[in-house]
Design a protein around this ligand. Structure first.
Ligand code: ADP
Ligand code: MG
Length: 349
């Protein structure tokens, strides 16, 4: 499988009045051609900042890449000039945000906005762009595309607007589509529809997708691989099966434990105690130690390396050290993993 995108030891900081916020602290990740990678983690863990760095969208000058490389097609885009980055952005790498209105112009007809991208990035006549725009609206399953082209964003529901934004993102045949919590603002039924749509699109046009979410619940259905982020680092990464059915990092256990399932009622939910650390003065050792009931002494002193679980599965927790006590996920988390197993089978049959 070809690596399309490769991020090595990425550090991103913000200069603020209170000091330097170390939002991303040494992220390594890669994206293969045609796959979907989900990045999950609580709010503030650095998911959006990571992808903004990939897109060259950090707010300058106070937001900056401090260290590391971002290779796209073997070019380091972290060192590119704005002009060259702009060419890549929207053409090779497109982005979808949580709030579709951030990408839409309320004063322009939806058709005009979809055509804009086509005219800008592809050598098409207006008539061809019009035809292609209708095809794209079909692809994202907007009924009545001809008539819908002539309408304004406010005439669309939230879910339909997000479909328009996806159509706009696909207008230039991007090789990578980054979706930053694209369904978080939508209600549950519409969320599921947009997720199905994204899966469908991936099968049809074969783009690679980075899907960002704080909700582990949506990951199993859409992703091939998962990267779990905490306090600016990736603490566990693996295939969906590895991370869901054989999680190794106590933070991943916490996320799984706090994930609602079909059978569980709210009361059974176990929230991760405490709050993420201050990224102006990140703690020594494992940043999750203070919230981790399985923390070892060394967790407060030395940062754990990524321990290898399999060729595709790694986790940064001292619990994987050969001298560490053997610790199993809490019973409540195990129960949840088992119940996911069953609901998966139930949906498959
Ligand atoms: N423009 C900014 N200035 C200062 N700090 C920021 C800025 N943007 C994000 N951060 C900080 O970076 C950290 C990571 O944020 P973010 O990537 O948005 O988290 P999330 O995982 O929720 O997407 C947070 O601590 C946030 O406060
Ligand atoms: Mg975010």
């Amino acid at each position: 499988m070809d690596r399309l995108l490769e991020v090595n030891d990425l550090h991103v900081s913000f200069n603020t009045y209170s000091g330097e916020v170390q939002a991303v602290r040494g992220v390594n990740l890669h994206l293969n051609e045609g796959e979907t990678l989900a990045i999950v983690g609580e709010s503030g863990s650095g998911k959006s900042v990571t992808t903004k760095a990939l897109m060259g969208l950090l707010p300058k000058p106070h937001g900056f890449i401090k260290h590391g490389s971002i290779k796209f097609d073997n070019n380091d885009i972290s060192k590119m000039k704005d002009k060259d980055l702009q060419k890549i952005r929207g053409k090779d790498i497109a982005m979808i945000f949580q709030d579709p209105m951030t990408s839409l112009n309320p004063t322009l007809k939806v058709g005009t906005q979809i055509m804009e991208g086509l005219l800008k990035h592809q050598k098409l006549s207006k008539a061809e762009a019009h035809k292609k725009a209708i095809e794209l609206m079909d692809l994202v399953q907007i009924p009545n595309p001809e008539a819908r082209m002539k309408q304004y964003p406010h005439q669309f529901s939230g879910g339909m607007r997000q479909r328009v934004v996806i159509a706009m993102a696909l207008a230039c045949n991007p090789r990578v589509l980054i979706a930053d919590e694209p369904t978080t603002a939508l209600d549950v039924t519409i969320q599921a529809q947009i997720l199905d749509l994204m899966k469908d699109i991936q099968e049809k046009v074969n783009t690679s997708i980075i899907f960002i979410t704080h909700d582990l619940g949506v990951v199993a259905n859409i992703a091939d691989r998962v990267a779990v982020m905490y306090a600016g680092k990736i603490v566990e990464t693996g295939t969906v099966d590895e991370v869901f059915y054989n999680p190794k990092h106590p933070y991943t256990w916490g996320l799984l434990g706090s994930m609602p399932t079909l059978e569980s009622d709210e009361e059974e939910l176990f929230a991760i105690p405490g709050t993420p650390p201050d990224l102006i003065a990140p703690p020594k050792g494992d940043a999750f130690a203070a919230r981790n009931r399985f923390a070892l002494e060394i967790d407060f002193v030395e940062e754990p390396p990524m321990f290898k679980v399999s060729d595709t599965h790694y986790a940064a927790t001292w619990l994987l050290h050969e001298d560490a006590p053997k610790v199993e996920p809490p019973a409540s988390v195990k129960k949840r993993i088992d119940s996911m197993d069953h609901s998966e089978e139930a949906t498959r049959s």
